[in-house]
Design a binder for this molecule. Structure first.
Ligand code: SF4
Ligand code: SF4
Length: 247
């Protein structure tokens, strides 16, 4: 059992008390921490939307996970509990051991890039920042891609800037949407953050709203399936602003 229960797990326990025990027992049955995400063709580590402690009114309403929560509503609570339990058990050493095992066995899906998180918020609580640091430091050969809205809370923003922005294998991107302001976008730019914007499909309009230059995501603008694995944009070391279109 985890040492300190996360806020997300507390919420799931309150909502689905009868599911918790069995879901936790099965959390590592036939799988580890990483999961292959077919949509982006990349390894990922996920959390439940219950972990989204920094979401905006816009992102809640237009959250890209809504479809999954509607379509798979009968299995999502169990899947969420398992994901959050696995999250609570993670350490840099355990992730390193799993990646080493996968890379020995499967050359086709070698782990070179990992996405935190295709759903949920990696920096749900302040302690998650040290956890991600531990994972990055113990897995220097792997690039970790981390879109986050944690920048919206000052305590998180400062700690991420101090602890993570200079780690060479982390690609942290501040998620922006139309509920955010030009002042926020400019302030992120000045502090060295890369950003990822979704919510206004017209790139020029978004650029003029935020006064920043965007690079167009080839997956959403040109429909290039699976391009996250080979695309340079979200994985470049330099500061970058990526524009995603609805697709
Ligand atoms: S932070 Fe991301 S996963 Fe969470 S509600 Fe917003 S868009 Fe959805
Ligand atoms: S810019 Fe590239 S890596 Fe980023 S989401 Fe689009 S295809 Fe994926």
């Amino acid at each position: 059992m985890e040492n300190t229960m996360s806020l997300a797990m507390q919420s799931l326990r309150n909502r689905y008390p009868v599911l918790v025990e069995t879901a936790i027992e099965d959390a590592f049955k036939n799988r580890g921490f990483l999961t292959w995400n077919q949509g982006i063709e990349m390894w990922a580590i996920d959390r439940p939307v219950a972990s989204c402690t920094h979401c905006t009114s816009f992102c809640r309403k237009h959250c890209y996970t809504r479809k999954a929560y509607t379509q798979y509503h009968h299995i999502m609570p169990v899947s969420d509990i398992k994901n959050e339990y696995r999250w609570s058990m993670m350490t840099g050493d355990k992730i390193a051991a799993e990646i080493a095992g996968r890379n020995q066995r499967a050359r086709v899906r070698a782990v070179s890039r990992v996405r935190f998180c295709t759903k949920g918020e990696p920096f749900s609580e302040i302690k998650d920042i040290e956890l991600v640091k531990d994972i990055a430091v113990k897995n220097p050969e792997v690039l970790f891609w981390i879109p986050t809205r944690a920048w919206r809370h000052q305590q998180f923003r400062v700690k991420i800037e101090d602890t993570l922005l200079d780690i060479g294998n982390l690609r942290i991107m501040a998620s922006l949407d139309p509920s955010n302001t030009r002042t926020e976008a400019q302030s992120l730019k000045e502090s060295g953050w890369s950003t990822m914007f979704f919510g206004i499909d017209d790139v020029e309009e978004a650029e003029s709203n935020f006064k920043i230059k965007f690079a167009k995501c080839p997956k959403t603008h040109e429909g290039r399936h699976g391009s996250c694995q080979t695309c340079g944009l979200c994985f470049v070391k330099k500061q970058i602003n990526v524009h995603l279109r609805q697709h």
